[in-house]
Design a protein around this ligand. Structure first.
Ligand SMILES: CC(=O)CC(=O)SCCNC(=O)CCNC(=O)[C@H](O)C(C)(C)COP(=O)(O)OP(=O)(O)OC[C@H]1O[C@@H](n2cnc3c(N)ncnc32)[C@H](O)[C@@H]1OP(=O)(O)O
Ligand SMILES: NC(=O)C1=CN([C@@H]2O[C@H](COP(=O)(O)OP(=O)(O)OC[C@H]3O[C@@H](n4cnc5c(N)ncnc54)[C@H](OP(=O)(O)O)[C@@H]3O)[C@@H](O)[C@H]2O)C=CC1
Length: 291
């Protein structure tokens, strides 16, 4: 299938990163959000992240300009009628995602493939909320999208082979590596990563160590590129909690219970970098641990 135009729904950190890599790879991109402020911030952050690549000589100034011109923003799902493939990358909330599909589907071309960047939610269940379960699948990018090489591909029970092959072909065109995961809560990466982050929050909650010592323990002691609490702040504490809840409910196993401190931070609106405060405070030049 010849995919030329890619629609992206949700212009947060993931939607921005996904729009970034598709535009640089030569695709026309339609980027949607409910909030114009988010769309403006997304275009600014894509420009800034492409500038990093220009500075490193990974991308030319001309390619950056051409890529930025290939991204159009819209608040109107009717504009997705031109899309050959749509990637839903809105908030990790099943009800939000299903509502998006409901408003999108009347405008989608018959041939269009619909995918979701969900971190954890059942692909089969999301597919069942659409008119095209056979042309629906999980297309799970990692954060930050322009840097991370992996994309998890997850078939729902009804996904057909042409859809899977089309998505696999796109991963190849982006120069990334596909990893196939079965449709279990959290798939592969988050089944392993998010409980590790949750355990780090328990270590903080129980006073095993400070945020700084937990993070340096894992960067200097286990060679992780960033500590688990720093990573949680980058992913978004709301997203980490939503994933833990999907694991807890989906696996029906208490080993996945979300740490009460993680719940409290989210209830306080301390969502990590995106809200300016999480396990670190980002209001100054350098992040400062909040515990
Ligand atoms: C929750 C989910 O559903 C699934 C997930 O995504 S889980 C999260 C998975 N991601 C991770 O685990 C990330 C772990 N962290 C890292 O890999 C690294 O700390 C990091 C890439 C984020 C930053 O690396 P760093 O060395 O500390 O910072 P920095 O030197 O600024 O960046 C490294 C490179 O990435 C580039 N970079 C960083 N962020 C970027 C962005 N948003 N856009 C473009 N380039 C970026 C930098 O320009 C730099 O490029 P070079 O290697 O060419 O010099
Ligand atoms: N963060 C991460 O590291 C990763 C996240 N993911 C997944 O990607 C998805 C997005 O995550 P992320 O980008 O971090 O989240 P963000 O919170 O950064 O962005 C979500 C965006 O979706 C917007 N949104 C909410 N409702 C709608 C709607 N009805 N229509 C259009 N846009 C909407 C939000 O707008 P507003 O702010 O106005 O609510 C916000 O701009 C989630 O499913 C997440 O699990 C996958 C891989 C990694």
């Amino acid at each position: 299938m010849d995919i030329k135009t890619v629609g992206v729904i949700g212009a947060g950190q993931m939607g921005s990163g996904i729009a970034h890599v598709f535009a640089l790879a030569g695709f026309e991109v339609i980027l949607n959000d409910i909030d114009t402020g988010s769309l403006d911030r997304a275009i600014a952050s894509i420009g800034k992240n492409m500038d990093r690549q220009v500075k490193k000589d990974a991308v030319s100034e001309a390619d950056k300009d051409a890529a930025l011109k290939r991204i159009v923003t819209t608040q109107n799902t009717a504009d997705f009628s031109k899309a050959d493939l749509v990637i839903e990358a809105a908030t990790e909330d099943e009800a939000v995602k299903c509502k998006i599909f409901e408003s999108l589907i009347p405008h989608l071309a018959d041939h269009a493939i619909l995918t979701t960047n969900t971190s954890s939610i059942s692909i089969t269940r999301l597919a069942a909320a659409t008119d095209r379960p056979e042309r629906f699948m999980g297309f799970h990018f990692m954060n930050p999208v322009p840097v991370m090489k992996l994309v998890e591909l997850i078939r729902g029970i009804a996904t057909d082979d042409a859809t899977f092959q089309a998505c696999k072909g796109l991963v190849d065109k982006l120069g990334k590596t596909a990893s196939v995961a079965e449709d279990f809560p959290g798939f592969i990466v988050n089944r392993i990563l998010i409980p590790m982050i949750n355990e780090a929050v328990y270590a903080l909650h129980e006073g095993v160590g400070t945020a700084a010592s937990i993070d340096s323990g894992m960067t200097l002691g286990a060679a992780h590129p960033m500590g688990p609490l720093q990573l949680a702040d980058m992913i978004g504490l709301d997203t980490c909690l939503a994933i833990m809840r999907v694991l807890h409910e989906g696996m029906a196993d208490s080993k996945y219970r979300p740490c009460p401190l993680l719940v409290k931070y989210v209830e306080a609106g301390w969502l990590g970098r995106k809200s300016g405060r999480g396990f670190y405070d980002y209001s100054g030049d350098q992040p400062v641990p909040t515990r």
